[in-house]
Design a protein. Structure first.
Ligand code: BEZ
Length: 266
């Protein structure tokens, strides 16, 4: 089954214009994981969760022969406009596409794998299958404690409205030990894996962030009630995440790793 035939978006709506306004920092702050990739010109790279292709474009400009996949057709369209070979697909179904078998020297992912909560082991199995022997899996996504204050306040606000927040929470933020164990179970040799707290200054307020990234929570309510939920969450986070002068800092914690598929032995 071709990956592009699958339809999956973790239930999160993406709006390319909104994302460009409120999510540009995602690509701008990816220097750490891009450095870990140690890209060599001509390498075949799969960008897992390429989003609107802003970071894929940087990798292509640095010499990658890159395929991007993303669950959002709207973001894939934006990536294609940047000249990226981007396809709509589910990162949890990579292994089902035979055209990806051993097709890549590196699997790269930034700020995407926390959306692949349904089956994290399938993501890892798919990456393994798509890599050549000796290939590497280099990624960064939300780790344990990521956006913990935002998440806690969102959960409480939905709970007060009689909604089970765990049932709608789309985010997977693992601890390094648990994720290392998953990688090793699949056969990867983990060279490094660690949490990196990264408080992140937002381009706007937390309301804009929620509208861009927390659709699964707000969509649990009828449309007429969503603005009030966002206002309430913003008010409750004001003291801890804002300086009161309009500068908002989100409590991001990244999980970053480099893992190798062992090479062929002579
Ligand atoms: C993240 O990049 O860590 C993230 C972004 C949006 C929602 C949750 C996490």
């Amino acid at each position: 089954m071709a990956v592009r035939e699958l339809s999956l978006d973790a239930g999160q709506r993406w709006n390319a214009r909104d994302y460009a306004q409120n999510g540009r920092f995602v690509a701008d702050l990816a220097g750490g994981v891009v450095g870990l990739l140690q890209l060599q010109p001509g390498e075949r790279v799969l960008d897992l969760g390429c989003g609107d292709g802003a970071l894929s474009r940087r990798l292509v400009d640095a010499g990658a022969v890159l395929v991007g996949i993303d669950a959002s057709d709207e973001l894939v369209a934006a990536a294609r406009e940047r000249g990226i070979d981007a396809r709509v697909g589910d990162g949890q179904a990579l292994a089902l596409d035979p055209t990806f078998d051993q097709a890549f020297d590196a699997i790269f992912s930034n700020a995407a794998m926390h959306w692949m909560k349904r089956d994290p082991d399938a993501v890892i199995r798919g990456a393994w299958k798509a890599l050549v022997p000796g290939g590497r899996f280099v990624a960064e996504f939300g780790g344990a404690g990521n956006v913990a204050q935002i998440r806690r306040v969102l959960h409480a606000a939905l709970g007060r409205r009689g909604i089970d927040p765990d049932a709608v929470d789309p985010w997977y933020f693992p601890r390094p030990r648990a994720y290392r164990a998953r990688l090793e179970r699949a056969g990867f040799e983990v060279r490094e894996i660690a949490l990196h707290p990264r408080p992140t200054v937002l381009p706007s307020d937390i309301g804009a962030w929620l509208r861009t990234f927390a659709g699964r929570f707000t969509d649990a309510l009828p449309e007429v009630d969503r603005a009030a939920l966002i206002d309430e969450v913003q008010r409750e986070l004001q003291a801890s995440l804002s300086d009161g002068k309009g500068r908002w800092v989100a409590d991001y914690v990244r999980l970053r790793f480099v893992a190798y598929k062992p090479g062929l032995t002579a």
